[in-house]
Design a protein around this ligand. Sequence first.
Ligand code: TYD
Length: 207
Amino acid sequence: MKGKFVTIEGPDGAGKTTQVKKISDYLKSRGFKVLVTREPGGTPLGEKLREVLLTSEGESPVPEAEALIYAASRAQLVKKVIEPALDKGFTILCDRFVDSSLAYQGWARGLGIEELARINRWFLQDIWPDLTIVLDIDPAQSLNRLSGKKDRLESETLDFHRKVREGFLKLKDLYPQRIKIVDAAQNPDAIFKTILLELEKSGIINS
Ligand code: TYD
């Protein structure tokens, strides 16, 4: 049987990685075959592209180049990892996916959500998430949670991160069946409980 594809999205510092781990542990305890991956990255080539995308050193890509490098990493991940694992019945948990491109490049960088969707449809074909959880939080709050050296995207202005948030909220209106917004200002256990409810409602787990 074909597996299910769940993506976790949200602004930098929203707590995605913590939630991906919690969901993965929970699903495994319920006997699911789970595959956790991330974007950009998740394949050897994708991890190299991740370095190119996130370094603050050297020449920055222009927005169009940035969008295409994210897309290249995604195409590699979809064909090499996600599609084969879905065919084997895995539940996939992906830390960021196409909606990051729609929100960051399409909306915040101003390239156009529909334009980015079109580029991604070309290689995603029918591999779109069954469920997308967007962890929603005021970027002023989430960026404060980040520790250590900021990467190229994290170093963008607060205004840029506000546009990213706005982008995700727009996507929820465009794809209301698939995209669910979860308040990420709550504590991690409360966030996790809300995510479990969404997994139940979408039929990925039974209550
Ligand atoms: P991520 O590894 O999730 O960073 P963090 O764990 O710090 O949130 O993602 C790296 C950055 O890449 C993040 O700032 C969002 C950005 N990004 C895009 O701009 N477009 C995309 O398509 C993807 C997948 C990520």
